[in-house]
Design a protein around this ligand. Structure first.
Ligand SMILES: [Zn+2]
Length: 54
């Protein structure tokens, strides 16, 4: 029997794509909401635009 490695997955709030657990998120996995730094920035930019638009 081989042990299959099952990594947790989440859906990115920006691009809506599933992304898998990464070792660098080991300690902050509960707080991870975006698949990448790029998406995190996109989200912030988007919010900023929405907030400042009339
Ligand atoms: Zn994303």
């Amino acid at each position: 029997m081989t042990k299959k490695e099952h990594l947790p997955e989440k859906i990115c709030l920006v691009c809506h794509r599933p992304f898998k657990w990464r070792k660098k998120w080991q300690k902050i996995w509960d707080n991870v909401k975006y698949c990448s730094e790029r998406c995190r920035r996109t989200r912030r930019t988007k919010l900023f635009i929405e907030e400042t638009s009339p």
